[in-house]
Design a binder for this molecule. Sequence first.
Ligand SMILES: *Cc1c(COP(=O)(O)O)cnc(C)c1O
Length: 355
Amino acid sequence: MLDIRYEQAAAPAQKPQKGQPLGFGHIFTDHMFMMNYTQGQGWHDARIVPFQRISLSPAAMVFHYGQEMFEGMKAYRTPDGRALLFRPEMNARRANESNRRLCIPELPEEDFIQAVREIVRHDAAWIPEDPGTSLYIRPFIIATDEFLGVAPSKTYLFMIILSPSGAYYPGGMAPVGIWIEDDYVRAVRGGVGFAKTGGNYAASLIGQVKAHDEGYSQVLWLDGVERRYVEEVGAMNIFFKINGRVLTPELNGSILPGVTRDSVIQLCRSWGIEVEERRIAVDKLIEDYNNGRVEEIFGTGTAAVISPVGKLRYQDDVMVIGDGTTGPLSQRLYDALTDIQWGRAPDPLGWTMSV
Ligand SMILES: *Cc1c(COP(=O)(O)O)cnc(C)c1O
């Protein structure tokens, strides 16, 4: 149980107005959570303070060797005004999986959840109310030793910042075009693909830029060894409905284990729809497409929840999926998940937690 000290912002910032477009990741709330780690002392000095710049040595290790991790989750405003988190224990557990891989000290899961709840509760007035909007929660840990040697840092900073964010689909669910990258790779087994750590995203930017230049909105990465097996999209896991079966790549160490991915698998199974987690070869996918067996493709992640794929390009092949419109399973999953997250429907699997 953390003993959190509070320091109130002297002049609260102007909150976004109802109906104002929020976009993503530009607006921050009045406060943030901070806690330090010092070797020998452990995590200490948990505090909620005004949102402000932080000061670090230019030699702070995070700037040079990228020892850092982050998480991404949301708080949702219910019709009766409550605030809900969605499966925060999954983020707490995944945070420690990232920490272990990156030699960052672990954080008790209950402390992670307590910190998230307290900062969200403190700035709960910032949770927007317009349909589809939410408060994005960004916990992260950085290595702060002033030292240019390559070694695990002895000091760290854990922070949580909050950002009101707009509806991902202001005009209804819209399918995206995806570029299957066969040159650059994102991660390899044994590396850090399963961890939410900055380096993965720095390494993926070039593929993202290339896909944009080609007129596609996101990249679908292939495995780093054979460049044959489908892994995941930029910040989403990927699902296929082929010949009546739902498939998704198995968690093989180079894929991020998404909370939304796990929720989609559980929901499908609760509806009697089988889901297979296995290797999916891109050449087999094209063969299935050419035989008219690919019914739906969709990405899953906290930001979009479900992102239908309308078009997929691999080398010179362009595949148009389900006439380029949103498929019935994608729509059903989107509706079911968002109804639970925004507290509009019962929560039979116990996934939400009041702030
Ligand atoms: C965060 C993330 C996901 C999705 O995870 P969720 O917990 O569902 O938001 C998928 N892939 C990558 C690379 C990610 O960073």
